[in-house]
Design a protein around this ligand. Structure first.
Ligand SMILES: [Ca+2]
Ligand SMILES: [Ca+2]
Length: 97
């Protein structure tokens, strides 16, 4: 039984290490280069329905980390609206466009 617990512990530990290494790449805790996201909402909203979905965001910013999109979607409804986009920009010192 102890061996099993130890094994599970090792699995979790190695998972955490792998997870941290992956997050490090994107600087998960800090907004990576917010200035790089200073764009027109209408330009990102590829199909013009007023909501930027993850695939549209990713198409416009190919290097974007999922963490950035999750931060943008403040009300967690799975899309980024015009208001959310401007709140994000204001929060990071970017001007209205
Ligand atoms: Ca859209
Ligand atoms: Ca939203």
């Amino acid at each position: 039984m102890k061996k099993l617990v130890l094994g599970i512990g090792l699995l979790i530990a190695s998972g955490l290490i792998a997870g941290c290494a992956g997050q490090d790449k994107h600087h998960a805790r800090d907004m990576p280069d917010p200035e790089g996201y200073n764009a027109h909402f209408g330009d990102i909203d590829g199909n013009g329905d007023g909501v930027v979905k993850w695939y549209e965001f990713k198409a416009y910013f190919p290097d974007a980390a999922p963490e950035v999109y999750l931060e943008l979607d403040m009300n967690d409804d799975g899309g980024v609206g015009h208001d959310e986009w401007h709140q994000f920009k204001e929060a990071h010192g970017m001007t209205h466009q």
